[in-house]
Write a new protein. Sequence first.
Length: 576
Amino acid sequence: MRGLGLRASFQKKLLGSFLAVGLVPLVVCVGLILGIFQTVLLRNSRESAQNQLDALSSDFERLLTDCGGVLESLQKETLIVDAMTGRRRFNGTQVYNALYSAALPLLREADFSLYDAQGELLYATSNAAPRSLPTNWGALAAAGEAMETVYRQISPLDPTGGCMRMAQAVPGRDGAAGYVVAELREEHFQRLFQGGYGTGSDVLVLDPFWDQVYATPTLQDSALAARLRLCLLDGQSLGEAGADYTYHVFREKSSGFSVLLRQPKPLTDGTMRLFCLVAALSILLCAGVCMRVALGFSRQLFEPIRTLNSAMAAVEEGDLDARVEVTGTDEISQLSGRFNRMTQRLKANLAQSIHQQQELGDAQIRMMQAQLNPHFLYNTLDTLKWLGKINGSQEISTISADLADILRRSISAEEFVELREELEVLERYVEIQAIRFPGKFEFALRVEPVLMDALVPKLMLQPLVENAIIHGFEDGSSGHISVEAVQSGETMLLTVRDDGCGMSEESMARFLRRSGPQEGGHLGLYNVDAILRLHYGPDSGLQFLPPAGGRGTCIRVALPIAHRKGENSDDEGSGG
């Protein structure tokens, strides 16, 4: 199963590498080519459309301006004004000549006509002009109210076939005395826009409400203007009206009419799908070639790698005698030879490392057990000195005896002692400290008798009680210290409690990180924790429990119960 897993993994990696090397550049190049091709086409199309729209809008704007100029000149023509207001009477030839002369430059581009105050046709440059126009609505009504040039769409149902009407009122005494009108019909727009747009494009002229005024004859979509208006009302882009076209709009300011150029997209969705299909087929063909080559290489390389992998798996499981047969001189065979030499050296180095680690551990244990607190010894001797100077007290004798007993036990070569011996040393130490600090603390000892013969590391409890005395009541308070030993299954639980000021959060966090004590800070705790971890494993150090009443410090040590040879255990007391 491991060989199959290796084969699948190796082939996948090799196949992935070949596919990456062969396909990633191809995919990137195809994507870049398609992207650049599409970008260039779209940019050229936009530029072309904008140029065409600029020309169309310029012609449309010029035409409206010229027509507006003709209307203004007719409105101000004295002969026409006098004829309409009735100030003077002229024959029809004179009025027509004035109309014809003013409209002469634009006769091919628009139709001009004159209407009286009731909207009846007086004179026109074209026979297509309507005989009458309403004055209560439409262009004439708007011109009479605005007294300036107005622009209106001519209804598609109008029999004249006009598209757009421009009108100005001739002012009279009681309002409009008449009207001058310019009309643009379909042939005018065709002549205006002819040659201004490319093949396949269409031009629309829309009124301010986006109703169609004019559309090129090639436009077959009669509902396009309505769809464009809906897109604007719905807040959508004009492209939603037709997926295969782009739309470009110019709005003429004076009239509010717009010129819209609809241009086919340079790349339709169908063309893009074809390009993508060709690109996908090319990529699949390259993928097949890469996969074929990758599988061939994997078959050639698999067997020696599988053998080497099996040997490595055996070494991983702890078999340092695993070897790989060397059958050639290529790189894989050289790798197999180096693997064999590596396992030989690894086996020798492992044995040497175990021996050195054992010696180092023993040396560290002996060193830490020999580190009695120098402050304790100094203070004790200083106490003896001053007591001896002041009076020959019994306390001097007691301290001297206790100190001698502690020193004698500390220099003992034994690394493990019975719990009763450890408790005797502890009681000696507590007696000395009680003399040094009278009334500062009360000490209690509770031990189950069955544990008295159990083995514990030498001088383990004394640093814990010392920590409680020195640091627990360093704020000048007094309290209680207790040591408890109980059995829980095959484990002995040793607990040291005090109700002093407790450890600071900084000291507790530093201890839990095992980052080492600061100068003068809880050195005994670090030494005891290190001894326990060396003897019983990395998870067997000191445990901090929540103190009763929320004040003080509670330290617990969990040790496997062990006895000297010939009692309840055959071990020397390593406990682990």
